[in-house]
Design a binder for this molecule. Structure first.
Ligand code: NAD
Length: 507
């Protein structure tokens, strides 16, 4: 195993350490309890932070509302807002190595992946800047003696609540369009991974200061979801919430948003089917299925965690798959050859292990994995072996519930109708993968399956210019794409009278 330098992820530089949080542009200790964040590869404490308390949220929201209304920001032309986004992108690129190392330390993810996520975050800011600069406010067809047009205005204050699995890219996905839309943002990172969001907060605050813009436009407020996240959602000044996380939490937020009649976007969980038809390019499908579920150690909303293989190919495909999964390299995120890094936290590893125990109780065959790896190099880390299960009906809890770890459950199917019925027998509808040489079959299945994204002969590929979101319990709304930032604005219609003729009731 080749371990890249630095072997230990760097302790964050003093300016980005930890007991400070970002409240309306000011770095200070949060009013909440101290809490630790740890490196899941070693169990060592990375930082002791202070959480925000509800008074911090209140102050952040009050000052964010004022900053959002400040003409220095609200009246800023789109191309100047775009300049801010470009500056943030440049700052991310300039700190790319540190940000990747910090994210590897806080999440356990492989450096190869966190480097890509950092690049993706910078790309998101740049793409959104371009979308903002080229977006038009269109005249609409007129039905009378007036010119009609649609304009877009900022919402004001946006709450952005994120999970722990891809903090930097996930933060960028919300922050870039929210700022592009002309808003202020209260960002709440997940309890286990606050460090990268705070580091991003520093870069954004610096960019705001350099451009003479109100720094209260951004707060980064770590803390418990049920306290700090809830306070953000319920705050009367917050006009939209954009949430990524679990379906149960999303449903709770939707209730709170309904009380305020507040728009809300939800990117939630998944149990995505990956389908291998009998005519698939088996080599490509094997690699794609493994990457689809075991990259990020399965901690990905779009993990292809339910594998459906045509019955004629099933035994042969599974045998080869299991042999290859056993050969995947499990190790620390800092090792350049690691394919399966530790899970984000020991508690989460325990939850994944409990699901595999449940699968055994449900009658599953554990074809490989099903335990933590053995050996002194793994003893302190939150590792779990990539695991393949089969022998369960699609109705088993293991086939229905999101495990969010390196666990794949395989099922055979008889024909297209049987496949679509099984694939859609799920509360989720986030993604689907199809491996086949028959483009007509791929088209038919892609159109029948309940999924916000379908990958054909590829998997887990993302383009910021392509809208993303879920169906059913996987979410509401779409992020990304040319119109992504419009969901952070309010639309207004204008009618300009062009005639001096009196309206019907004029005297
Ligand atoms: P989670 O729902 O437990 O937490 C997500 C965030 O919500 C955290 O910041 C948490 O503190 C906060 N939160 C919790 N309770 C809250 C409440 N009552 N009010 C306001 N905020 C609250 O999810 P998690 O365990 O951190 O993340 C894993 C989940 O995220 C998985 O289900 C995964 O599928 C999903 N996810 C979805 C996508 C997507 O784009 N669809 C992407 C990544 C992760």
């Amino acid at each position: 195993m080749t371990v890249e330098q630095p072997v230990q992820a760097p302790v964050p530089a003093p300016e980005s350490t930890p007991d400070r949080i970002l409240v309306a542009g000011e770095w200070r200790r949060g009013g909440g309890d101290p809490f630790e964040t740890t490196d899941p590869a070693t169990g060592r404490t990375l930082a002791v932070l202070t959480a925000a308390d509800t008074a911090d949220v209140d102050e952040a929201a009050r000052r964010a509302a004022r900053a959002a209304a400040d003409p220095a920001w609200r009246a800023l032309p789109a191309h100047h807002r775009a300049r801010l986004l470009h500056r943030i992108a440049d700052a991310i690129d300039a700190r790319a190595a540190d940000l990747a190392a910090l994210q590897t330390a806080d999440t356990g993810k492989a450096l190869t992946e966190t480097r890509a996520l950092v690049a993706s975050a910078a790309g998101t800011f740049r793409y959104t800047a371009a979308a903002l600069e080229t977006a038009e406010e269109a005249l609409t067809p007129s039905r009378g003696p007036y010119v009609t047009m649609s304009v877009y205005e900022p919402i004001g204050v946006v709450g952005a609540i994120n999970p722990w699995n891809s903090p930097l890219a996930g933060d960028a996905q919300k922050l870039a369009p929210a700022l592009a839309g002309g808003n202020a943002v209260l960002l709440k990172p997940a309890e286990w991974t606050p460090l990268v969001s705070l580091a991003l907060g520093r870069l954004v605050t610096t960019a705001l200061t350099e451009l003479g813009l109100p720094t209260a436009l951004l707060s980064v407020l770590p803390g418990r979801g049920s306290l700090i996240g809830d306070a953000i959602v319920r705050d009367p000044r917050v006009g939209k919430v954009t949430f990524t996380g679990g379906t149960a939490t999303g449903r709770t937020l939707a209730h709170a948003a309904a009380e305020k009649l507040m728009p809300l976007s939800l990117e939630l969980g998944g149990k995505s089917p990956t389908v291998v038809l009998a005519d698939a390019d088996v080599e490509q499908a094997l690699a794609g299925v493994m990457f689809g579920v075991f990259s990020s150690s399965g901690q990905s909303c779009i993990a292809g965690s339910r594998l459906f293989v045509a019955r004629a190919l099933y035994d042969e495909f599974l045998a080869e798959l299991v042999a290859r999964v056993k050969a995947l390299r499990v190790g620390p995120g800092t090792a350049s050859d690691t394919q399966v890094a530790p899970l984000v936290h020991h508690e989460h590893r325990d939850s994944v292990a409990a699901y595999v125990d449940l699968a055994r109780e449900e009658g599953a065959r554990v074809l490989c994995g099903g335990a933590a790896p053995q050996g002194p190099e793994y003893a302190a880390g939150a590792y779990y072996l990539p695991t393949v299960l089969d022998g369960l009906p699609n109705s088993a809890r293991t086939c229905q519930e999101e495990i969010f770890g390196p666990v794949l459950v395989a099922l055979p199917f008889d024909d297209e109708d049987d496949l679509v019925r099984q694939a859609n027998a799920s509360v989720y509808g986030l993604a689907c993968g199809i491996w086949t040489r028959d483009h007509r079959a791929a088209w038919r299945i892609a159109r029948r399956v309940d999924a916000g994204t379908v990958w054909i002969n590829t998997y887990k590929q993302f383009s910021i210019s392509t809208p993303f979101g879920g169906m059913k319990d996987s979410g509401l709304g779409r992020e990304k794409g040319p119109a992504g930032f419009r969901s952070y604005q309010r639309q207004k219609s204008l009618y300009w009278g062009t005639s001096h003729a009196p309206l019907p009731w004029a005297h």
